[in-house]
Write a new protein. Sequence first.
Length: 415
Amino acid sequence: MKSRIATVVVVALVVVSGCNFVVDSGSETSGPEPVPDTPEPNVETPTATATATATSTATAATPTATDAPTATAEPGDGTPTPAPDLDPVSAVDAPPGLDGNELANPGQLVGAHRQRLAGASYETDLLIVNTSRDNATLHVRNGTQAVLVSLEAQDGQFNNDYYLSSTEAGVRNQTADRVKYGNGPTSVQFEAGFLVGFFGAFGPQFAGAAEWHAVGSQTVDGEDQVVFTAEDLVASNETDLNIVSPDENARDVEGRMVVSSDGLIRSIELTWTTERADGTTYKEGIEYSLSNVGEVTVDRPTWLEGAPQLEASVTDSDRLFVLDHTNGPTLDAGTNVTFSSFFGPGTNVTLDQQVGEGDTIYVYKTGSGTDVSYEASVNSRPSLPDDATAFSGTVIASAAQGKYVTEAGVEIASE
C-alpha cells in the first residue's frame, strides 16, 4: 500500500530505532517553533446546545470526533458517526472552499483552518485505523509557547513523546526507556521540530482525500457549522495523499466532516475498505478531532527533569566554548563530552571530575582541518594560546549518562 498513513508509521519507527536526522548546511537547524504569544482570536471550543448534542471526550488513547453528535458506533473502531437531524446548509455562512453543496476547493479550506489556528493554542487527536496492522494514536497539545506531541502504536511497538519550545527540546522513547534533551540548536531540537511539524499538520489534509458533500448545518455553542459526508475517495492523481496504490481499489467509503463557517475543521471521520490485487481486503481510516481552542497550556514535561541540563555559548572571538551546567543531575567524572557540528567530525573530551549545577566546562581548540586538538577544564577559565582557533557554524556538546542523552548547542554567526 502506498499511503500517507503508512508514512506516519514508518517515520515513527525510524525515530524509535534511534536514527538521527541530518539537515543540509544551508537549512534551518531547528524545527518549527511554537507561534508567538499573540492576542487569542475569539475562538471557543464548542459544547452542546439545544441545536445539536455534541460530545468532547477524545483522549490520547482512543480519539473520537469532538463534535460528533449522538455516536452510535463503538468508540475508536474507525466507523463514522451517523449524521443527526440537521438544518439546511443555507442556514449558515458557507465555509471556505464550499461551492453549492460540494467541497470544490479543499486546499482553500485547509489553508483557512491553518490561518484560523495561527497564534492560538489547541489540542488535536488522531486515530489511525488499519486492520492489517495495529492502530496508532497521535495526540498534539499546541500551546502558544511550546508543543507536546505523543505518538503511540496500540500494540506497544512504539510510544514516543516530542517536546519543543523556543529554547528547549526533548524526545522520550517510552518503549526503549530513553530520553534525549537539547538546549539551543541541537540534533534533538531538529528531531523534535521535524516530528512536531510533520504530525502537527497531519489530519486536516484528509479534507482533500474524499469527495465531500455538505448535507446540513448545525449551531454548537454559538458556532455555525456545516456537516459533510463522503462516499468516494478522490482519485489518486488529484491528491498528494496517495491513499490507494494503483494495484488496489478502495470501496465502502464512509466519511463525516464538521467544519465551522469560518474554516475550522472540527472533526474528520473517514474509513474505507482496500482491496488488493489478489482479492484480499483490509479496512483503513482516520478519526481526527480538534478541541480546547484557546485553552491549552503546555508545561515543560517532568520526564526531562532526569537529564543534566547544559547551556552553550562562545566567547573570546569565538575561540572559547563555554558549557554551563544549569540544572539536573551531576555529570560523573569520566563522562565523555562530544563536541561536533551537524556536518563536521566530532571529538571526545573526558571529564576528569564531576560537573554539577553551577559548574562550567571550558573548551578551546588548536590546529586546523583533521589535525585539531581540544583542551578542556572545569571551573578554571584558561588563558588561550596564540594558536587557538575559532569555532564556527553550529557547535553541539553532547553527553550520555544512564538513559539520558543531553545536548547543548550554539550557532555562531559567520562574519
